[in-house]
Design a protein around this ligand. Structure first.
Ligand code: IPM
Ligand code: MG
Length: 351
């Protein structure tokens, strides 16, 4: 088991250190090697995805990533910015399927900004397409028109096979869950997503047991806060998935709880928390490492087929929360506030 460890920027190194502790405590013979990405990659090699980092990631069975980005890089040319390193590694490794589960740990029902009865028992799997859409579509850029005015262009595009392969991932996952897929689009306005809807309908014929519904993205955003428990699996394109998964994370109490897996056709994967690098709290040892630790659990489940070990990590996290241990973002009165590294230690102790 060869794991490339890419801490990245901001709180990345702090939270990844806790996940590494957990991997070591599991004693599963994992080999880990670290490399810079994002702003750290730029500092080390003038490139947000240094060649050596990409090589390591390609040679590894799985990648554990922290987060990338810091305001101090916002003035760099676009291809040198940290985010571009993340987008490139997703594309280079062909990680088209991004799984973002939003699960509410019962102990955190009161940490959510929504009423406990609205979110208790919540268990949604967001399946986001990750290597297409307006994130990668050509043409793109900022140019100057003949009249001297500047214009920005991005292109939303999907071909059938891209839609079909992410659809399959969603339907296959639904078969192992409650057999419901909600496909999110904007088919009333955007042709790209009209095609998306057609392909999902065609694909659903291969999955007669799964109930397929469709929802426009604006309505989906509203339904997620109105009645989130109506959803089982949601499948959507890159940009809608980016937005809806941030929204869904807050149902679980904090974005600091949401792990993710990005998989290729063969279940090789990159695992990262869904949240960002939070430069405002970097280096303070107060970030929540649980999303990263839960990403390790997803790694064991999806890439290494170690379901029992994955369950063990999730149970340990559940136990820590049941014991009232909380980082600042999920702290409520009557619980014990701990630092990032103390949370890591608590999970290791629970293991
Ligand atoms: C995410 C992030 C990234 C994205 C950024 C950092 C490029 O928001 O993983 O959701 O937009 O995909
Ligand atoms: Mg995002």
């Amino acid at each position: 088991m060869k794991i490339a460890v890419l801490p990245g920027d901001g709180i990345g190194p702090e939270i990844v250190a806790q996940a590494v502790k957990v991997i070591k405590a599991m004693n599963i013979g994992a080999q880990m090697q670290e490399a810079p990405i994002g702003g750290a990659g730029y500092e080390a090699a003038g490139d947000p995805l240094p060649e050596a980092t990409l090589k390591l990631a390609k040679e590894s069975d799985a990648v554990l990533l922290g987060a990338v980005g810091d305001w101090k890089y916002d003035t760099l040319p676009r291809d040198k910015r940290p985010e571009r390193g993340l987008l490139r590694i997703r594309k280079e490794l062909n990680l088209f399927a991004n799984l973002r589960p939003a699960v509410l740990y019962p102990e955190l029902a009161s940490a959510s900004t929504l009423k406990p009865e609205v979110v208790s028992g919540l268990d949604i799997m967001i399946v986001r397409e990750l290597t297409g859409d307006i994130y990668f579509g050509q043409p793109r850029g900022i140019s100057t028109l003949e009249n001297g005015e500047r214009e920005g262009i991005n292109t939303m595009r999907y071909n059938e096979s891209e839609i079909r392969r992410i659809g399959r991932v969603a339907f296959d996952i639904a078969m192992k869950r409650n057999k419901k897929v909600c496909s999110v689009d904007k088919a009333n306005v955007l042709e790209t997503t009209e095609l998306w809807r057609q392909v999902m309908i065609e694909l659903s014929k291969d999955y007669p047991e799964v109930e397929l519904t469709h929802m426009y993205v604006d309505n989906a955003a509203m339904q997620l806060v109105r009645a989130p428990k109506q959803f089982d699996v949601m499948v959507t394109g890159n940009i809608f998935g980016d937005i809806l998964s941030d929204e869904a994370s807050m149902l679980t109490g904090s974005i600091g709880m949401l792990p993710s897996a990005s998989l290729d056709e063969n279940n090789k994967g990159m695992y990262e928390p869904s949240h960002g690098s939070a430069p405002d709290i970097a280096g303070k040892n107060i970030a929540n490492p649980l999303a990263t630790i839960l990403s390790v659990s997803m790694m064991l489940r999806y890439t290494f087929n170690m379901a029992a070990e994955a369950d063990r990590i999730e149970k340990a996290v559940g136990k820590v929360l049941a014991n009232g241990v909380r980082t600042a973002d999920i702290y409520t009165e009557g619980t014990a506030k701990v630092s990032c590294s103390e949370m890591g230690d608590a999970v290791v102790a629970a293991l």
